[in-house]
Design a protein around this ligand. Structure first.
Ligand SMILES: C[S@@+](CC[C@H](N)C(=O)[O-])C[C@H]1O[C@@H](n2cnc3c(N)ncnc32)[C@H](O)[C@@H]1O
Length: 184
């Protein structure tokens, strides 16, 4: 885990519609995000996945989208407003020392950590925080880029997950990425 955070201006590249050609949010999230769910998305960036999640959870569900950088959250809020989905999205600023999820303990059905765990300075602490926020049986879906994260680095992340009490249930295929679906 590098603790090196993606610069905010890269957020604009990450929401480029061309990204859908190789990472289609609907196809990636379809099997996991259902109506009425409470979904947590740490490291949401400008919301490439957030908009699809908010659509899928419907009016009875919600998305808690968290990022360290105010400019990422501002981008997400603009996109959510354009899509008419602002009311379903609780956008929060995290700190390096913690995501700030105390009020969500045991409430989250699914957490999506897409291309962000390798940026977290204290991954064991971060994963423990996600674990507390999940319901019993709730899932954490981690996707990490092979281009930045070595096989050994990803094994270290999975070991930190096991140490928090997560059980690995699957390794869904998402292009050239390391993935794991873990259950509380
Ligand atoms: C490479 S971007 C990925 C953004 C988004 N998940 C996507 O796939 O488009 C990583 C994001 O994680 C955020 N981030 C890094 N460390 C974080 C932390 N400890 N808590 C919350 N967000 C964090 C960064 O600010 C950045 O927006």
């Amino acid at each position: 885990m590098s603790g090196m955070v993606c610069p905010w201006w890269l957020g604009y590249f990450l929401v480029n519609p061309l990204r859908r050609l190789y990472q289609n949010p609907s196809r990636i999230l379809g099997p996991y995000v259902k109506e009425g769910m409470t979904v947590l998305e740490p490291g949401c960036g400008m919301g490439f996945f957030s908009i699809e999640i908010a659509r899928r959870v419907g009016p009875r569900g919600k998305l808690v989208a968290v990022d360290l950088q105010p400019k990422m959250l501002a981008g997400l809020k603009r996109r959510a407003a354009r899509a008419g989905l602002s009311e379903r999205i609780d956008a929060r600023q995290a700190q390096q020392r913690g995501v700030g999820l105390e009020d969500l303990e045991g409430e989250v059905d699914l957490a999506l950590a897409f291309w962000m765990v390798h940026e977290v300075a204290d991954a064991p602490r971060f994963l423990a925080e996600i674990h507390r926020a999940l319901k019993p049986g709730g899932k954490l879906f981690i996707i990490e880029p092979m281009i930045h994260v070595s096989k050994r680095g990803f094994s270290g992340t999975l070991e930190a997950c096991r140490n928090c009490g997560f059980k690995e249930t699957a390794r869904p295929r998402v292009g050239s990425n390391w993935t794991a679906l873990l259950m509380k």
